[in-house]
Structures are given as structure tokens and as C-alpha cells.
Ligand binder design. Structure first.
Ligand code: KG4
Ligand code: ZN
Length: 336
């Protein structure tokens, strides 16, 4: 089946064409128009600017995606689109575009949850991967541990109660004067810093839930940076990045260990922008090797927001009998 899918939940406008059937899952094109340079001027995503930039890009990247895949709209058998969660004005751009395209061309339409999409990115890299498994989704807006019971049944068993991991990376990066989004640069700095520079408060809540809290860690580091600045001393950016990253990795491993014991799964799937972090990838690889857990983690190009991941999830939703009509709406927070 040939699927065209769209993603516009935050600051990337994305369109992709994929082919999925019993013979395998293949990405034919995966076009991402990033708005990062626009939002970098403001140190974070400005929702109104994001919506406008999506409107400007979506038509162009759709034809780019079809061209690159070597197909035309009449070949497309299913259209997928992210409709939750995300910035409402941003989500509405792709939702309305997809609805119009589906209606005008008589193509079935399926709405996709962005978090499920992130997990589904792994189906392209690992043809043998199938549920059940435990998933960690860590991005700029979300941090969840999920028991994925089937391709469409997702049971969230742990979540952040405040900041997402990517948000914490970006905020610490901003206070250290790094360009937005700070996650990638924090990763680089952490590689040359001392992870034992200081002991920071864990993001793993000390209770029997699988929940995280990263705002305490973030505030602790911001206060630490302010104190250093007041004293007029040098800011050891590399060391702070390294110790912060170590704390984040340890927090994630603590809760994932508990989650895997709870679900009994021997497969761990990791997804979302933060799964690009080299230190987190190394920590997860080490943990999984020591605990005989099979680790599935996408290559860097599929960690961040993209259309192919939405197309994969759209396929499985459609196979379960789900379709949406012209009354499809977008929701800033997840409804189901
Ligand atoms: O999944 P994504 O593209 O968008 C959301 O759904 O939020 O994730 C973006 C987030 C940003 O916070 C960015 O700083 C973070 O992923 N990120 C990283 C790295 N690369 C991207 N965080 C830590 N280390 C990285 N290498
Ligand atoms: Zn995302």
C-alpha cells in the first residue's frame, strides 16, 4: 500500500511517501522543512510563526515528496496526518490540508497520534519489529514510557509530571547561551566534559510510579549557573552539560528498568528527538546488553519529527479499520 502522510505538530513541516505491505516497509521519500532557524531568533518555538511557516511550506513539500518517490497523487492509497498532540494552530495546517487532499481525490484518511508515530519510526529500520514491547518516547514536548500491546493499543505507564527531557535540555542550553534548540549542542559539549563534575537531583521520582520530573533538575542547574555568574567565575559549560546528561541518562535507566520488570517485555523501543542523544544511546545499549533486552532505536534521521513515522502508524490504524472524515479535528492534548 502506498501512503502519503503529513506532520506539522510543532516546528517541522513534513511530508513522506512510504510503501507498506506484507513484503516490507519502505520509505520512498521523507521531506522535512525545518523552521529551526526562524524560531532560533526567539530562543524557542513561536506558535503563530510556526503555523504561518507550515502554511507556506506544506504544498511545496507535498509535491517534493511525491516527485522524489516517483509517484503521483492518483497512486496514493491512504493519507495519514498527525492530529494530536501539539500546537493547535500548527496541527490544523496539516489536518486541513490532508482532509482537502483526501476528499478531493477520494483517498481514505487516517489521523495519527504524534507519539505513536514516533514509535512507528522504528518499523522501517527493523523489519522484524512487532509489538508487544515497551517504548520510551523522549522529545521536546513529551516524555513517556508506554506498554505497546499491539500496533494500535498503547498503554502509557509512566510520564513526566512537568518538563519533557528535550525541554530540559533546551532550557539548560538556553541559560548557558547555546543556540536553540540546545539539545544537540549539549550532546557535543557533554562528550568533552566531566560527568562527575557535580551531583544533580535525579529526574526519576522516588516513588513506586514510573513517572519523571525534570523541572527540579532544570531549576537546580539554572540556579547553579546563576550563582557561578554572580561570583564572576568561568562557566564550565562542558562539565555542566556532561553532569546534566549523566543525571538524565541515569534517571531514564532507573525508570525503564522498573518498567521492563513490570511489563515483562524483552524488547525496548526508543523514539523521539532526544533519542538522537549519543550518551543516552550508549547508556541504553549498555543497559540492554547487561539485562538481555533487545534494543530498537532509530537512526538519527528518523529520531526527530518526520512524515514517514506518521505514514507507518497510519497504515496500522487503517488495517485495524480506522478511517477519518472531513469532520476530523486537531487537539492540542491527547484525547484517547
Ligand atoms: O521529536 P522532536 O523532533 O520534536 C518534538 O516532538 O518535540 O524533538 C525535538 C527535541 C528538542 O528538544 C531537541 O533539543 C532534542 O529533541 N534533541 C536532542 C538531541 N537532538 C535533538 N536532545 C539531546 N541530545 C540530542 N542529540
Ligand atoms: Zn515529536
Amino acid at each position: 500500500m502506498l501512503i502519503l502522510a503529513f506532520e506539522s505538530s510543532c516546528d517541522e513541516t513534513a511530508a513522506a511517501v512510504v510503501s507498506i505491505d506484507n513484503g516490507g516497509r519502505r520509505i520512498l521519500s521523507n521531506i522535512v522543512a525545518s523552521q529551526i532557524s526562524v524560531h532560533a531568533l526567539y530562543g524557542g518555538v513561536v506558535p503563530e510563526i510556526a503555523s504561518r511557516a507550515h502554511v507556506e511550506a506544506i504544498s511545496r513539500i507535498t509535491y517534493e515528496a511525491l516527485d522524489k518517490a516517483g509517484v503521483s497523487l492518483s497512486d496514493i492509497e491512504l493519507i495519514g496526518v498527525t492530529n494530536t498532540p501539539g500546537l493547535i494552530g500548527a496541527l490544523l495546517v496539516a489536518v486541513n490540508f490532508a482532509k482537502a487532499l483526501a476528499y478531493a481525490n477520494g483517498i481514505p484518511l487516517v489521523a495519527v497520534n504524534h507519539i505513536k508515530g514516533h514509535v512507528a519510526a522504528n518499523y522501517f529500520e527493523y523489519q522484524e519489529l512487532e509489538p508487544p514491547f515497551t517504548a520510551l518516547v523522549a522529545s521536546g514536548g513529551h516524555t513517556s514510557i508506554i506498554s505497546v500491546d499491539s500496533y494500535t493499543e498503547y498503554n502509557t505507564i509512566g510520564r513526566t509530571r512537568d518538563d519533557a527531557i528535550g525541554e530540559a535540555f533546551d532550557k539548560v542550553g538556553r541559560v548557558m547561551g547555546l543556540p536553540y534548540p540546545g539539545g544537540k549542542e549539549m550532546d557535543r559539549l557533554a562528550s568533552i566534559g566531566n560527568p562527575d563534575y557535580a551531583k544533580f537531583p535525579s529526574g526519576a521520582i522516588h516513588d513506586d510510579t514510573l513517572d519523571f520530573s525534570f523541572s527540579g533538575l532544570k531549576t537546580h542547574i539554572v540556579n547553579h549557573l546563576n550563582t557561578l555568574t554572580q561570583k564572576g567565575g568561568e562557566i564550565p559549560k562542558e562539565d555542566i552539560a556532561a553532569a546534566f546528561t549523566k543525571t538524565v541518562c541515569d534517571s531514564v535507566i532507573t525508570k525503564l528498568d522498573a518498567a521492563l520488570k513490570q511489563t515483562g517485555h524483552k524488547k525496548l523501543v526508543v523514539a523521539g528527538g532526544v533519542s538522537a542523544n549519543s550518551h543516552l544511546r550508549a547508556a541504553l545499549q549498555k543497559y540492554c546488553k547487561n539485562h538481555h533486552i533487545e534494543l530498537f532505536i532509530p537512526s538519527l534521521s528518523l529520531c526527530g519529527d518526520n512524515g514517514a513515522m506518521i505514514a507507518a502508524q497510519a497504515y496500522y490504524e487503517f488495517m485495524e479499520g480506522k478511517t477519518d472524515g472531513t469532520d476530523l479535528n486537531a487537539y492540542a492534548t491527547k484525547r484517547t
